[in-house]
Design a binder for this molecule. Structure first.
Ligand code: SAM
Ligand code: SF4
Length: 348
């Protein structure tokens, strides 16, 4: 496919692109975009083994994704994270990165980044760096090849490791995200911490969130980070870090390794007060909160006209509905997921 040629959002951006501020006074400066719901893994906490994916024609084209992202940039988004599903399995995805990099060059955007499972990083790391990507989040829950296979069902740890090598070689700063899981993380957090910090990578633990139907029970996977942190503190000396990415992670410095550990605790600690982000799915549905069902269709206004006026109006209206926070809960009494959609729809 040829490069994305018509950045419609640019020329019309100045028409009516006002900043996004929600009813609670929070400025929206961060957009996460899921570019596909498909993935080459089937992580047990994320998907069921036999997923039905969206028909290709329902997806926004790369040109439409570019225009949508550019509209958000015009409305004050300073940071764009490309996610999925697995973003790097979307065909011709590099044309989108290449095209969006113009916002970095113009200074309209501070950061263009992605979250990936790492399987395709060896192939794309150098090109991502060339597009101005500086940092990448790689999701990795275990260093044990067999356990990795069991957790991802289809993944190959060696390939992910090659991807991480390639990313670091290309000069990308890598952060590792690990979902905290009862069986694996409890026995592996120390090895993972030493490994990540030994390679100059931050490591962030994330609590499992009740999203979408999966094959197992959430309660069997759920490891509260308060418990994990307690365990870590019995072995390592942790001090509160001033490091912040404007996101939900709380960082601690580890004296023994000289590295940083992050904790994302949607269930045991509510991080919503400082939420600066919204999410768009690969079909152009805008979710104002990861943990709520309320959403707005942006594909219709996007396709309705070449002007971005209707799109801006739809975004503005949606932002007035951004809720104060989420309602996640995992316990034995609460049946089923808090939100029906899978994480792969809105991205992590
Ligand atoms: N495929 C890419 C990857 O795995 O990094 C990007 C999409 S994935 C949905 C983004 C992040 O969400 C990953 O770090 C993954 O571990 C996390 N995730 C998926 N399902 C989750 C769940 N139910 N609770 C918490 N995190 C989840
Ligand atoms: Fe795929 Fe990422 Fe979900 Fe795993 S967490 S199945 S890699 S989308």
């Amino acid at each position: 496919m040829s490069a994305i040629s018509s950045p419609a959002g640019d020329t019309k951006a100045s028409l009516a692109a006002t900043p996004m501020v929600d009813p609670f006074g929070r400025s929206i400066s961060y957009l996460r975009v899921s570019v596909t719901d498909r993935c080459d893994f089937r992580c047990v906490y994320c998907m069921s083994e036999h997923m039905s994916f969206l028909p290709k024609q329902d997806l926004l084209t790369l040109e439409e994704l570019d225009r949508l992202c550019s509209a958000f940039v015009a409305k004050g988004a300073r940071k764009l994270r490309i996610t999925g599903g697995e973003p790097l399995v979307r065909r011709e995805i590099m044309t989108l990165f290449r095209s969006l990099s113009r916002h970095l060059a113009s200074g309209a955007l501070d950061e263009l980044t992605l979250t990936t499972n790492g399987s395709q990083l060896a192939k794309y790391a150098a090109e991502l760096a060339d597009c101005g990507v500086k940092r990448v989040n790689v999701s990795l829950d275990t260093l044990d090849a067999d356990r990795f296979k069991a957790l991802t069902r289809w993944g190959d740890l060696a390939r992910v490791m090659e991807g991480i090598d390639a990313a670091q070689k290309a000069g990308l700063k890598v952060k590792i995200n690990a979902v905290a899981l009862k069986d694996s993380t409890e026995g592996e957090w120390e090895a993972m911490t030493r490994w990540a910090h030994g390679r100059g990578m931050d490591l962030t633990f994330i609590e499992v969130m009740p999203m979408g139907e999966i094959d197992g029970e959430r309660i069997d996977q759920y490891l509260p980070l308060s418990r994990l942190r307690g365990e870590i503190m019995s072995r390592f000396t942790l001090t509160e870090s001033s490091h912040g990415t404007g996101g939900p992670a709380r960082y601690m410095e580890v004296k023994e390794t000289g590295g940083r550990l992050g904790f994302i605790t949607p269930l045991t600690h509510n991080f919503c007060e400082s939420c600066n982000r919204v999410r768009v799915t690969c079909t152009g549905t805008l979710f104002m909160c990861l943990g709520q069902e309320d959403a707005t269709d942006l594909r219709k206004p996007l396709r309705a006209s070449e002007s971005d006026a209707a799109l801006y109006a739809a975004i503005d209206e949606a932002i007035t509905r951004k809720p104060r926070g989420h309602d996640f809960v995992i316990d034995r009494r609460t049946q089923g997921p808090a939100v029906g959609r899978h994480m792969s729809m809105t991205g992590g």
